[in-house]
Ligand binder design. Structure first.
Ligand code: PLP
Ligand code: COI
Length: 356
């Protein structure tokens, strides 16, 4: 770490650690929070130095613009511990850059790289004991920024708050994953904010997702907003389809989040000699492939979801069930990416970053 920012971060330690109350063998996803959080305010046109303080409630005026106009962006990352208790991040610069891409789209100020990275590393070292070592667990990291300035005028805020909160977490999904291909609602549109990790993108998905849940599915697969003929991504993950032995995933666009897991999987798969095509996938192609037996696998990829195999998809009134294979790309690729993340294998791509 440089001496620039990390030396200047003030740290107020908690007097009442909650760590003894946590059952690390039964961690839910994102519901238990560590002892500390990082907070950084933007005011008078500049970012103040980050502070680490005990995890606590926020005080906001009812007129704070986040409540009215939704200026809010976030990231999702994980910290992993290896058997020597060393702590690692996975491609963290990609999250830092993406948060600024999101912020720019929502007319919010960009946060300097050193504030994000050094702030995060300082926080992780302080709350290191919270990083779980139980299988399939990690410390989920949620950096987020929102409009904390006041006023009902529909214009960008003059104040923003950046926070990093962390949660020791188990798997995001439990049990079977059946998805519904959406034909009416859209998650995003050309020229919109779909490529940003903006809070509002998720709010807009909840109602159609609830309708899908009522029909017995767990997630929606979004299709393009104009024709609804091409599959794009799911609520919290990019989608991969295996047709015969080729992996196919949709190209990123204005409408799709440029997932870090997605691009890592593409590189790992190609490195393993698996053919990967980045191209549009029509619902017709998917249905035909399911009917003629060439559709072997579908899975979602994301930081929270890691690689989550999809058991079946619904389209219209029909359900299509994926075959149960002995050896899947999903299992193989999940092992490879998590072995890099948890420092169990060589990292030929240079993605793993030791926190020190
Ligand atoms: N797509 C959406 C809408 C997401 O929310 C996420 C999760 O972050 C992803 C894709 C996967 O992105 P990443 O692999 O960077 O976590
Ligand atoms: C992540 O995968 O980290 C995400 O941000 C998805 C989130 C909606 C749980």
């Amino acid at each position: 770490m440089s001496l620039e920012v990390s030396q200047k971060i003030t740290i107020e330690k908690t007097k009442n650690s909650k760590i003894d109350q946590v059952d690390f063998n039964n961690l839910p996803f994102g519901q238990v929070y560590t002892d500390h959080m990082l907070i950084c305010e933007f005011e008078n046109g500049k970012w103040e130095l980050p502070k680490i303080i005990p995890y606590q409630n926020l005080h906001l005026d009812p007129s704070a613009k986040i409540f009215h106009y939704g200026q809010s962006v976030f990231e999702g990352m994980k910290a992993y511990k290896d058997e020597n208790n060393d702590v690692f991040l996975f491609r963290p610069i990609e999250n830092q850059k993406r948060m600024n891409i999101s912020a720019k789209r929502l007319a919010m100020p960009e946060l300097p790289e050193s504030y994000f990275m050094e702030g995060l590393e300082t926080l992780l070292l302080l709350d290191k004991d919270w990083i779980p070592t139980t299988p399939n667990s990690s410390l989920y990291i949620r950096p987020f920024m929102f409009a904390s300035g006041n006023g009902f005028h529909a214009s960008p805020s003059d104040k923003y708050t950046f926070i990093i909160a962390c949660s020791p977490s188990g798997p995001y999904f439990g049990g079977e994953l059946k998805v519904l291909i959406e034909q009416k609602y859209s998650r995003s549109a050309n020229g919109g904010v779909g490529y940003a990790k903006a809070g509002g993108n998720y709010a807009g998905q909840f109602y159609p997702t609830n309708l899908a849940i009522e029909k017995g599915y767990q997630q929606v697969i979004w299709t393009d907003d104009t024709s609804h003929e091409f599959i794009e991504e799911a609520g919290a993950m990019n989608i991969f389809v295996r047709i015969n032995d080729t992996l196919v995933t949709a190209p990123t666009s204005d409408r799709i989040l440029d997932g870090i897991t997605r691009k890592s999987i593409i590189d790992i798969a190609r490195d393993q000699g698996i053919s990967v095509e980045i191209r549009r996938i029509s619902v017709n192609e998917l249905v035909e492939a399911s009917e003629n037996g060439s559709l072997k696998e579908m899975f979602g990829a994301g930081t929270a979801a890691v690689i989550s195999p999809i058991d079946g998809f619904g389209f219209g009134d029909k359900d299509y069930i994926l075959p149960k294979l002995e050896e899947t790309y999903a299992t193989k690729l999940k092992k490879q990416i998590t072995d890099i993340q948890y420092n169990r294998s060589e990292d030929k791509f240079g993605w793993r970053q030791l926190v020190k």
